[in-house]
Design a binder for this molecule. Sequence first.
Ligand code: NI
Length: 179
Amino acid sequence: MIRPLVILPDPVLRQVSRPVERVDDDLRRLADDMLETMYDAPGIGLAAIQIGVPLRLLVIDLAKEDQPKEPQVIVNPQIVAHGDAASVYEEGCLSIPEYYAEVERPATVTVACLDRDGKERTIEADGLMATCLQHEIDHLNGVLFIDHISKLKRDMVVRKFRKLARDKAADRTPGRLAV
Ligand code: NI
């Protein structure tokens, strides 16, 4: 089931998510909803908090559009090591639609997590996967990619999305439709 996305400046995005206690069918159903929501958007990664569920759960699929899907379900991820080299990617976020900015992060990370069967896994990531994992793990701690850009740019984006949210709320006021 496709779930509605939580959009900036919703304070839910600033919540710190709690660890998943059990990897069971309910959790797998939630992960499947997240994948469906992510593919529909479309995006390459999604954290549970982006559909309003404060659990440490991510889905990622970096497969190209014309390639078979490679869904990854990542539970309770922890960055256990990162390399010294940095890399820069132009990042976007399904919770901050149509805004992109360059972000510098460690180019390689080692992430310990559970998979969709609850098995322990270690992911050695570089390139796009390293950036994507760090972006999504940030979400679990209430951090957004715009926290990694200049305050000036961040304030501009937040102001823009506050205004969009206000305009949208105004559109939904029933009295206004009658005017
Ligand atoms: Ni994001």
